[in-house]
Design a protein around this ligand. Structure first.
Ligand SMILES: Cc1ncc(COP(=O)(O)O)c(C=O)c1O
Length: 355
């Protein structure tokens, strides 16, 4: 029997936030923030750069600083891109099995969505997964001629990613559109970065969006960064902030990038817990865990236990996300917690099921 009162406060395993928190060096910096950092604008613009953070990222990726865009989280840039480029009645092509938010933005400017479906299959390790079906995507792209195409890799809430070869084939087929790759969940499945520059060189209408919210656990600081292809000068200018960005958040971003050892340690723990979830969920009747390259996992559950399980977990101060959308009726998205939270969640689910 688990202790039903283990947690005195709600544990939010429903929002894809980090439960481990950022590098401890971030707290050290915050203890010593100067008056200047609080009361003055950054002087970086006068130095000919947007910020020392964009310069740092650009140097790491071997790109001109201009091609690195900073934003108020990646949500901000997603919105800026759609508001800037999408005209009334134009289309944006998005995944059907996607973050609900994608489905809203086009309507704000009088545009509309067309959707491409993902396929399902079983991986070589025997785990269920969604996958980008590039042939289908190209077919729909050719038919619909969207102005903007959106790909999320890893995708929320399915947790799958698009392999580089597939991505390249797709980008090749849709050179006429602006393609945005949302990589908000970069880092949890792989730390690969070396495709960024070659892809931007080859596909000048491409934007790759990342964030400090997920892997770097700084969601409260609202820092996103993106890489823009060479045809997107207007977007680069449009997104420019002449008075600079949030100096504290910028600094925290740099400190986080520097502490790769901390983040790799946390990610390794999360990876072990994902393996544990794959095994344990697969043992439960009617449950299907999906392969995850993110900080969350999609789990299909029997419909008839949803309500009762939700109530049972809430009484234990555990929140997970029972999806109720057109594409997801029986699935639940679980944000990976700390080891302790994950074990307690699994034990609680088993207890509810009488296992
Ligand atoms: C797929 C996806 N993209 C982007 C974001 C936005 O993150 P942020 O604005 O914090 O960078 C989220 C947030 O949950 C997300 O799930």
């Amino acid at each position: 029997m688990t202790d039903p009162k283990k947690y005195k406060e709600l544990q939010y395993l429903d929002r894809n936030e980090s439960q481990y928190g950022p590098s401890p060096n971030c707290y050290e910096f915050l203890k010593n923030v100067t008056i200047d950092e609080l009361s003055c604008y950054s002087r970086d613009f006068a130095r000919g750069i947007k910020s020392s953070l964009s310069k740092r990222i650009a140097d790491d990726f071997g790109l001109p600083e201009r091609q690195v865009i900073l934003s108020y989280g990646s949500e901000d840039l997603l919105k800026q891109i759609i508001h800037y480029y999408l005209e009334r009645k134009e289309k944006i092509l998005i995944p059907r099995e996607a973050w609900w938010y994608y489905k809203k933005v086009a309507y704000e400017v009088g545009g509309f969505n067309v959707e491409y479906p993902m396929a399902k299959r079983i991986t070589n390790e025997g785990i269920a997964t969604f996958m980008y079906d590039v042939d289908k995507m190209i077919e729909i792209y050719d038919r619909e001629s969207p102005r903007i195409v959106l790909i999320a890799s890893p995708n929320n809430p399915t947790g799958n990613r698009i392999p580089k070869e597939d991505l390249k084939r797709f980008l090749d087929a849709c050179r006429g559109a602006l393609v945005m790759i949302d990589e908000a969940y970069w880092g949890f499945g792989s730390l690969e970065n070396d495709y960024v520059k070659p892809f931007l060189d080859e596909f000048p209408n491409l934007v790759i969006c990342r964030t400090f919210s997920k892997y770097y656990a700084l969601a409260g600081c609202r820092m996103g960064f993106s890489f823009a292809g060479k045809n997107l000068e207007e977007l680069i200018n449009y997104s420019m902030r002449y008075l600079g960005y949030n100096r504290i958040s910028e600094k925290l971003g740099e400190i986080a990038i520097d502490d790769s050892e901390y983040y790799e340690r946390v990610t390794a723990l999360m990876q072990e817990d994902k393996e544990y979830f794959y095994t344990e969920f697969a043992k439960l009747d009617g449950f299907t865990p999906y392969k995850s390259y993110a900080n969350f996992m999609l789990v299909d559950m029997p419909m008839d236990i949803r309500k009762g399980l939700n109530k049972f977990l809430k009484e234990r101060n555990l929140l997970i996300k029972f999806l109720d959308e057109e594409a997801f009726k029986t699935e639940t998205r679980i944000t990976l917690g700390t080891r302790e939270q994950n074990m307690y969640l699994m034990d609680s689910i088993k207890e509810y099921l009488g296992k």
